[in-house]
Design a protein around this ligand. Sequence first.
Ligand code: SF4
Ligand code: SF4
Length: 233
Amino acid sequence: MDQDGIPGALFFNLNKDSPFSFKCQVCGACCHNKAIQVAPYEALRLARRLGISTTEFYRTSTEEGGTILRNKPDGSCIFLTAGGCDVYPDRPLVCRLFPLGQISDEEGREKYAAMPLHPDCLGLFGEDETVGSYLDAQETGPYFHYDMLYTAVYKKMPARLKTAGYETSETGTCSDSGPRDVRSSPQNILSNWFDIDRTVALFCRQHGRKEPKSLEETVSLHLEAIEAWLQAF
Ligand code: SF4
Ligand code: SF4
């Protein structure tokens, strides 16, 4: 689609009440050659599905400093199998949204656009339901909720680190450094803290807290750990 005469630009002209439906035929064509982003909550969900820690998940299943899912040599997503998505109940937000794209305008209002489809896509657009009901059916609620909480915390980070005299980087690998050691490696200072299991385990050890059991408790403690760390700067 074009917008304002710009080739490839999208029309974000839908809202939650707009008529919209899409019937995916689960062919997997769109699970190739994509940079599927993974935020901390998404990494935790995927790690729990795989029965591994987030530290192991970042090592085995991501690239670009833990920010996107790894692709196999043929370009397919690491989780795509002959039977479809192997992690479907815990697939990332972008996989749930597709074929919708979302932005927020200056007033924080969410707007949506129908994304271009893969040339081989057999999916069918319709107007039987609404954007809102599509999002509900895809169970996007917790993903948006935690994205909002993490965004609020991470927004504070660059200013805090700058005040403390560090240059920050958006990406990097998840090293074995704890927060003290991270001080000697400021280029990884943000990405180290994306690793929920590592951060929570360290926080619990340092503060004599019990390690959380549920997903919600784990995320809550992760956010608390980051806030405490920022306060300590
Ligand atoms: S996580 Fe699943 S749905 Fe998303 S790109 Fe990979 S295989 Fe496809
Ligand atoms: S290419 Fe289209 S039909 Fe195939 S899995 Fe992706 S959205 Fe569904």
